[in-house]
Design a protein around this ligand. Structure first.
Ligand SMILES: NC(=O)c1ccc[n+]([C@@H]2O[C@H](COP(=O)([O-])OP(=O)(O)OC[C@H]3O[C@@H](n4cnc5c(N)ncnc54)[C@H](O)[C@@H]3O)[C@@H](O)[C@H]2O)c1
Length: 472
């Protein structure tokens, strides 16, 4: 998850410079000992298999990598281990400096502040791949990048566990009114009450959207003694004792806690509004850690004021500030003042996925995608290219080469490409397209080293060519 300071403002005047962070409470120890499973370096794809052949591009000596915006050390280490020349910078660069730097590199790693526009990318003659060490990719002109044969990777699911854990914390805090009690005591008021405070054991959790986050949450909630029901547009296998319900209404009518984990789409805009809130149980709770557009907040304010809901937690908002500071006001969203006054309402600044573990996992996931793309041409997980992958070449295939031909998606290309490759034995081949761009990968055997250049030049000569890579 990117830090909240990276979120772009849609409100004019808010994109001023801001401090990096406010006075935050600190952990007793700066480094937490996480269980190894939470962010160790998993083996991905085949490039780590001992018998797989380490491929290298025939026309490039050293892979040059530019990493901006202080990407996580886990990612830097993986790229360095590959022998790439890695330049690491803590901040983003002004556009002119970025243009100078990007001319030379094959790989660039960014977070959300660096804008890779058409203007910038048009200077990136050697660039083959972009790694967004974050969730979002709208800082990159994805279509232009694809049209230049530049693949883009991100890390959409590295923070799923962090969001699921925050949701569990909120369920308990809401049931026990913990944040109100804490706030009162901070203000000097001792208010020891048990009325309206509940255990969560035996209560029903309704999860809307049973994807990466929803399903993790399902397991955690059951371990706390909750019954779990979920609603999803897809028919999904239940984990543990959880039960899928057929309609959203069914879920709203049965759940003591409703939590939203759906993506932001046309269909999910105001998924929970006035009518849906009415269908919820009296005294139930609502949590939105998904996207700001999914919940109609004025309707939530009414439901809280009327006592229909006993509490709510909101982590995401239709408009969010560009940086940290005193920006959570009516200037941001017109109802902010009303929202801030409500009791047993947990408000958090889009931090559901913001943990050290998630940052490490992002570093690992994106770097591994970059390595798999540079070394083997795999586009698995790319956001702007079709997903193409072949099993690795092995040490038993010394004269085999991997050909990658990124081309315009027009009729007749395969015939021309196969006429070129057909002089050799094509052991395996895969092609797929996404919009105007198609990606072909083929492993061909019995290729002598002096034939590789001809092969490359023949493919480069085709009119459909966007980019050719030959790895051997
Ligand atoms: N608060 C944060 O910091 C934070 C961090 C990460 C992700 N998120 C958000 O959490 C949400 C869920 O993320 P995820 O990784 O679990 O996504 P996911 O794609 O893995 O799962 C989403 C699920 O929602 C289902 N779905 C889609 N439309 C639906 C609809 N109309 N009704 C019911 N179900 C529907 C899908 O079938 C899918 O199973 C996303 O909006 C994501 O942006 C927030």
């Amino acid at each position: 998850m990117t830090p909240p300071k990276d979120i772009e403002s849609r409100i004019s005047g808010l994109a001023r410079s801001v401090t990096n962070s406010l006075n935050l409470s600190t952990s007793p120890t700066a480094t937490f000992t996480s269980p190894p499973g939470s962010f160790h370096e998993p083996t991905r794809g085949s490039f780590s298999m001992p018998t797989s052949k380490q491929l290298k591009p025939f026309d490039t000596k050293d892979i040059k990598v530019l990493l901006l915006e202080n990407v996580n050390q886990t990612g830097v280490d993986i790229l360095k281990k590959q022998g790439y020349q890695v330049e690491f910078q803590k901040s983003s660069l002004p556009e002119d400096q970025l243009i100078e730097k990007i001319k030379d590199v094959h790989v660039i790693g960014i977070r959300s502040k660096t804008r890779l526009t058409e203007r910038v990318l048009s200077h990136a003659k050697n660039l083959i791949v972009i790694g967004c060490f974050c969730i979002g990719t709208n800082q990159v002109d994805l279509q232009y990048a694809a049209s230049q044969g530049i693949a883009v990777f991100n890390s959409p699911f590295s923070n799923s566990r962090s969001v699921a854990e925050q949701t569990i914390a909120e369920i308990i805090c809401l049931a026990r009114q913990l944040t109100d009690r804490s706030m009162e005591l901070h203000n000097g008021t001792w208010n020891k009450v048990s009325k309206g405070c509940w255990e969560i054991r035996g209560k029903t959790l309704g999860i809307v959207g049973y994807g990466h986050i929803g399903s993790q949450l399902s397991v955690l909630a059951e371990a706390m003694g909750m019954s779990v029901i979920y609603y999803d547009v897809n028919n999904l296998m239940a984990l543990g004792q959880a039960r899928q319900v057929h309609t959203l209404d069914e879920l709203l009518e049965q759940a003591d806690f409703v939590t939203l984990h759906v993506p932001e789409t046309q269909e999910t805009k105001n998924l929970i509004g006035k009518d849906e809130l009415k269908k919820m149980k009296d005294g139930s709770y609502l949590i939105n850690n998904a996207r700001g557009t999914v919940l109609d907040i004025p309707a939530l304010i009414e439901a809280m004021k009327s006592g229909k809901l006993a509490g709510a937690a909101v982590d995401v908002f239709p408009n969010e500030p560009a940086g940290n500071g005193d920006y959570f006001t009516d200037e941001l969203n017109s109802w902010t003042g009303e929202l801030r006054k409500l009791k047993n309402l947990i408000l958090t600044p889009h931090i559901g996925g913001s943990t050290e573990e998630a940052q490490s996992a992002i570093g690992v996931e994106v770097s591994q995608s970059l390595v798999a793309y540079v070394n083997e041409g795999s586009t698995q997980g790319a956001v702007n290219m079709p997903e193409v992958n072949l099993r690795s070449l092995t040490m038993d295939e010394p004269n085999s080469v991997r050909v990658i031909y990124i081309h315009r998606n027009v009729p007749g290309v395969l015939r021309q490409v196969n006429a070129i490759l057909g002089h050799h034995n094509v052991d395996k081949q895969m092609t797929d397209s996404k919009g105007d761009v198609a990606y072909l990968m083929a492993d061909i055997s019995s290729v002598q080293e002096d034939e590789i250049k001809d092969l490359y030049q023949s493919l480069e000569g085709l009119s459909s060519r966007i980019r050719t890579r030959v790895l051997y």
